[in-house]
Design a binder for this molecule. Structure first.
Ligand code: UDP
Ligand code: MG
Length: 329
């Protein structure tokens, strides 16, 4: 269920668009042009574009500089080296001032033309508006199949439900940006964490275009690292595997010994099962420590009825006023 419609009487809401870029010199000018055109036509919003150069070595930063020089509504940060897509997105979220923030890939696989639809749903009261991929043109069969399987596996194993077939192309309300950037999690898996907070979430579907120029920057190694991050952040299942295995082997051993009336049959499964179980116990403690380190809040209050004026009740609502007004495009 969405919250009530967001109404701004005294000012226009600010929309930030975060673009993580790693060696995107071939496509970035096109991306900037399309994004600028879409944002110029977005009635009722002030807009800013935030480019995050994730340690590019191909002149991406110089290209970004030329955008920033041409328009006051463009800001940019350059990371000291390649920290990876998730870190770049996080840096952009931290830099953003908007009441709503859209994260979009630099290679035009995510069409900027979808942004008005995302913004309209945010206006209607949704806190998260994800862009779900209906089709993925121009991607390898391996990438399509592995992504399809991974999202479903993660959803099945995860402690909370996740948006399927959805990358990081989505709009986030300021409240959620504040929550996300406030957790001390060093292995933040953005697309999973977004759903974890449980705020009103909806999606629109789109056909994903092929990359408009250049090569994919997600090497197999980076894809595996992202999947590992997602699995570890969202699910305790891998840690419990050892305990399950130990229990199954021990039970099997006891059953075999009972049926055969020979206690010696318990020796091997007994030793293995006890080891695996002990490892499982260690895993449980590790899990407790891990959750503590992730630092997610114990709960998130979505709405409150009455009692706003009781002492100590004031968790101040996130500021709706940007610190620095972005210039209109
Ligand atoms: N990217 C990044 N840092 C990285 C890898 C990628 O900021 O280490 C950016 C990249 O420039 C693009 C987005 O993340 O804007 C998605 O990357 P890419 O299009 O290469 O991934 P794919 O669509 O092939 O999965
Ligand atoms: Mg891409």
């Amino acid at each position: 269920m969405p919250r009530e419609r967001r109404v701004f009487n005294d000012r226009r809401p600010v929309l930030s668009v975060v673009v993580p870029c790693y060696n995107e010199v071939e496509v970035l000018a096109r991306t900037h042009a399309r994004l600028t055109q879409v944002l110029a036509g977005l009635a009722g919003f002030e807009c800013e574009q935030i480019y995050v150069d994730d340690g590019s070595v191909d002149g991406t930063w110089e290209v970004i500089n030329s955008f920033a020089g041409a328009s006051g509504s463009v800001r940019a940060v350059r990371l000291s080296r390649n920290f990876g897509h998730q870190a770049a997105c996080l840096a952009g979220l931290r830099e953003s001032l908007g009441d709503a923030v859209v994260v979009i890939d630099a290679d035009l696989q995510d069409p900027p033309e979808l942004i008005p639809e995302l913004a309209a749903l945010w206006r209607d009261g949704w806190s998260v508006v994800s862009a779900r991929r209906r089709s993925r043109d121009g991607e390898t069969l391996f990438k399509k199949a592995s992504a399809y399987a991974f999202y479903r596996l993660l959803n099945a194993l995860s402690d909370h439900s996740l948006a399927l077939d959805t990358g990081d192309f989505r709009l986030l309300d300021r409240e959620l940006v504040a929550l996300l950037t406030g957790v001390p999690d060093k292995n933040l898996y953005l697309r999973g964490a977004v759903s974890w907070f449980g705020l009103p979430e909806t999606s629109v579907t789109y056909d994903r275009d092929p990359r408009q120029a250049g090569e994919s920057k997600y090497t197999l190694r980076k894809m595996l690292a992202l999947s590992r991050r997602g699995l570890l952040a969202g699910s305790v299942a891998p840690l419990r595997l050892s305990a399950y295995l130990g229990t199954a082997v021990l039970t099997g051993g006891v059953a075999a010994a009972a049926v055969q009336r020979d206690v010696r049959l318990l020796a091997r499964p007994g030793a293995f099962g006890a080891h695996a179980l002990a490892l499982g116990v260690v895993g449980e403690y590790l899990h407790a420590v891990f959750r503590q380190v992730q630092g997610r809040p114990d709960y998130v209050i979505q709405d409150r009825l009455g009692g706003e004026d009781r002492p100590g009740a004031a968790s101040p609502p996130p500021s709706k006023k940007p610190v620095k007004e972005p210039v209109a495009l």
